[in-house]
Design a protein around this ligand. Sequence first.
Ligand code: C2E
Ligand code: CA
Ligand code: CA
Ligand code: CA
Length: 282
Amino acid sequence: AKEKGFGKREFFTGEMNAFSLERLRLEGFLRKAIQKGELLPFFQPQICMKTEKIIGFEALIRWQHPELGLISPMQFIPLAEEIGLIDEIGRFVLFESCKQLKQWHDEDKDHLSISVNVSSRQFQRLSFVYEVKEVLELTGIPAHCLNLELTESTMIHNVEYSISIMEELRELGVKLSIDDFGTGYSSLSYLKDLPVDSLKIDQSFIRHLSEDYFNTSDAAIIKAIIMMCEGLSLTTVAEGVETFEQLKLLQEYGCHHAQGYIISKPMPSIEADVFLKFYSLT
Ligand code: C2E
Ligand code: CA
Ligand code: CA
Ligand code: CA
């Protein structure tokens, strides 16, 4: 086992060097990406389980690099956090997403809402509430149509401070939701104190959900989360719904909203436009 461990470490060191170079290159590119217009939000629809209608979209950032191609946020968001670019990227996504929503509202789709991911660093900034207020004013969307997604680790970092910021955001009229619920720590002890409106059941619980006799534990957890949210008056959103079977089961369990490949992958705004037109016909 010792030998295996040693070999592993050597391999890892090699990886690190290659990784550092790659990282350095990415870092340089990322610094220019916003100015060059290479970053853009994609939009993934969310539906209401009762009506099966689209109620809004989650904005998910994409980086379209001319040579490297489409780069996943999993690759550059952590990097952006480290090198201090996340503030700029965060403001950009928020503004672009609200602008897009405003356009949809102007096209008579004013029932739609937009969900935007907020990184930990962005949330901890003293000016964050002001930035949100400013974006609402600049774009003119109603505050209740903006939903900010926060992860447990973001909020639990400094609970009292986080709660005060969340309360300020809610005073603006903005909605808040807990993203990736169930993957963080201390979830339950803080949940009752967190001023949030909805909770997104992490896709890791949804992924294996089926009527399969051999997998009842994910179903049990999902049902428990939904029941708990019912008691706390929180809206439940299932993310990563990939099959019709999962959609039907979640509907049966009383989950309020759903999002996932079964409905649509995240797409650029032009495609989302078409999707909205097509979807409203069915
Ligand atoms: P997330 O907020 O949990 O977003 C959900 C991720 O699941 C997205 O990956 C989405 O494309 C993917 N997804 C949606 N439906 C399905 C499905 O049915 N099956 C599977 N397998 N995956 C599905 P994406 O777009 O690659 O984003 C990854 C993560 O990057 C996000 O996780 C979020 O944490 C972060 N992120 C994305 N955009 C932003 C942003 O604008 N700001 C910040 N701070 N973070 C972002
Ligand atoms: Ca999210
Ligand atoms: Ca999530
Ligand atoms: Ca996630």
